[in-house]
Design a protein around this ligand. Structure first.
Ligand code: PGA
Length: 258
């Protein structure tokens, strides 16, 4: 059984102003230190304008979490109004970046091809992509969730140049379970996460794929997270709503440390 360190990543989405973000990061740091949690990798992904402030808390307070962005563009620099280059994220202290979230695919028209380019650009800058995949309710009701997600993984991860499993994180987030309060069952998550792992083995080989963390996301909260984490191919959670309070999020991290 491969020994993958569990990961709990918080996706703040479009929540928390700069000042609110700094306060939340400070509260989270205090809560995690007080609970003396260890053995779990924690990542916080605030909105772009909060990144520098949260990086400050991490630096000055030696906060026990890493910094991630929620999106990136693949070009190095230039006339791409409103976009952010990977080097800009590195410079403010990001070591992770969420890509391909279903909200970006759905509202902003991101394709698997875009996500693949973003992943390549991030890896070239030593930022770990948290690459999201997941099916719609319609696809799930047609029983095609495994086939759909496997195809996403093949397209999103094609040609990625990684030499170890800690250079990539996958997040399986069934769209129908995001922000709806409707969670998949741990068995639903394992079915797809197991298929994701097999696909990663085909792409990267056993040695690398067995070390890639596969997270579950979609209405994960302190009360249900452990059920997911106990599944063989679920190595953590990507958390939206429940990452917006230090108390709730630190409770989830403590569960993951159990
Ligand atoms: P949720 O969001 O936990 O609020 O369902 C998860 C996500 O979209 O990353």
């Amino acid at each position: 059984m491969p020994n993958r360190t569990r990961m709990i990543a918080g996706n703040w989405k479009m929540n928390k102003t700069y000042s609110e973000g700094v306060t939340l990061a400070q509260e989270l740091s205090n809560a995690l230190k007080e609970a003396a949690v260890s053995g779990v990798d924690v990542v916080v992904c605030p909105p772009l304008v909060d990144l520098k402030g949260v990086a400050g808390v991490i630096d000055f307070d030696k906060a026990p979490f890493a910094l991630g962005a929620q999106n990136v563009y693949w070009e190095e620099s230039g006339a791409f109004t409103g976009e952010t280059a990977p080097g800009m994220l590195t410079d403010v202290g990001c070591t992770y970046c969420i890509i391909g979230h279903s909200e970006r695919r759905g509202y902003f028209g991101e394709t698997d091809e875009d996500i693949n380019k973003k992943s390549k650009a991030l890896i070239a800058h030593k930022i770990v992509p948290i690459s999201c995949c997941g099916e719609s309710l319609e696809t799930r009701e047609a029983g095609k969730q495994v086939e759909f997600v496997v195809n996403q993984i093949k397209a999103d991860c094609a040609g990625l140049d990684i030499t170890s499993g800690d250079q990539l994180v996958i997040a399986y987030e069934p769209i129908w379970a995001i922000g709806t309060g409707k969670t998949a069952t741990p068995e639903d998550a394992q079915e797809v996460c197991g298929a994701i792992r097999k696909t990663l083995v085909e792409i990267f080989g056993e040695a690398i794929a067995s070390q890639i963390r596969v997270l579950y996301g979609g209405s994960a909260k302190p009360g249900n997270v452990l059920g997911f984490l106990e599944k063989e191919d679920v190595d953590g959670a990507l958390v939206g709503g429940a990452s917006l309070t230090a108390d709730g999020f630190s409770q989830m991290i403590q569960k993951a440390a159990e």
